[in-house]
Design a protein around this ligand. Structure first.
Ligand SMILES: NC(=[NH2+])NCCC[C@H](N)C(=O)O
Ligand SMILES: [Mn+2]
Ligand SMILES: [Mn+2]
Length: 309
């Protein structure tokens, strides 16, 4: 077992990932710029962390003639964008920095988690979401790749040459979910088949968020030695808290439950990467957008050490 990993005051590197073709609603490509406009980088500096200059992206173009592969939509476009994010997250992670990736849709996690794994092979993943995003190219009902990133990362997606850059395989025992409430039948089968630990909203109701986070960490990281990657889909939050997102599902995390998860993960001292995904500032009215962007920023701040006292 490797020595305990502690990330005390890491240098933060924001990875802007303006991308939306992992799902059908345009608009998530404006997520990162709105989060940054809201002052996220300065807010993080206020926490006493140094923040890298934010790199610009021109590179998330939609490829021509990107025909479906089976049911999968925009496969080459998604592969190219996520590979770019992989390279960037990998660069920062290998330099000992803490990458915070601002999405963009959740297909980008193929890139972020691959990048984290390249620097931290012992990594475990806490996936906070209303959805399992575990569909394989076979089980997906929609063909939207934001519903599939984990099947690629776990190496259960089958052989798709267009995605052959995804090398790192995440072991199913190193993945835990919190917040699930809209899981496809095929995904339910996969969760059982691969013995993946998942805490749905039912479990949050039953045990409370404090115990759920404690159990989740104990499942994937019993010795507290593994680095942790937090992949936070803003739709894990209840739509009354974060309305501007493409696939909202009622019955989600309260404002405090979402922030508690981030605070508790920060307290482990083991966080090495954070994703904040699926903020879509083109959905719902102006007030809803402001609210969603502001919640997105405060979730990231909590994960980076903001405390209430
Ligand atoms: N990242 C997300 N919001 N994913 C939603 C996925 C919804 C559905 N399970 C699908 O495969 O399309
Ligand atoms: Mn989701
Ligand atoms: Mn998701």
């Amino acid at each position: 077992m490797s020595t305990p990993f502690k990330f005390v005051k890491p240098q933060v590197a924001f990875v802007n990932a303006p991308f939306s073709h992992g799902q059908p609603k345009r608009g998530t490509e404006t997520g990162p710029v709105q989060l940054i406009k809201h002052g996220l980088a300065q807010q993080v500096e206020t926490l006493g962390l140094s923040v890298d200059a934010i790199e610009d992206h021109s590179g998330f173009s939609v490829l021509e003639n990107d025909t479906d592969i089976g049911k999968l939509k925009y496969p080459r476009t998604v592969s190219a964008a996520t590979e770019k994010v992989y390279q960037e997250v990998k660069k920062h992670a290998q330099a000992g920095k803490l990458p915070v990736t601002l999405g963009g849709d959740h297909s980008l996690a193929m890139g972020t988690i691959s990048g984290s794994l390249s620097a931290h092979p012992e990594l475990c993943v806490v996936w906070v979401d209303a959805h399992a995003d575990l569909n394989t190219p076979e089980t997906t009902e929609t063909g939207n790749l934001h519903g599939c990133p984990l099947s690629f990362l776990l190496g259960i997606a089958g052989d798709i040459p267009e995605f052959s850059w995804i090398k790192s395989q995440l072991h199913p025992s190193r993945l835990v979910y919190i917040g699930l409430r809209d899981v496809d039948d095929g995904e339910k089968r996969l969760l059982k088949e691969h013995n993946i630990t998942a805490y749905s909203m039912h479990h949050v109701d039953k045990w409370g968020i404090g115990r759920v986070v404690e159990m989740a960490l104990n499942d994937v990281n019993p010795d507290g030695t593994r680095p942790v990657h937090l992949s936070f889909d803003v739709d894990a939050m209840d739509p009354s808290v974060a309305p501007s997102t493409g696939t909202p599902v009622r019955g989600g995390l309260t404002f405090r439950e979402g922030h508690y998860i981030c605070e508790a993960l920060h307290q482990t001292g083991l966080l090495v990467a954070v994703d904040l995904m699926e903020v879509n500032p083109t959905l719902e009215d102006e007030r809803a957008v402001k609210q969603t962007v502001s919640v997105g920023c405060s979730l990231v701040r909590s994960a980076l050490g903001e405390t209430l006292l």
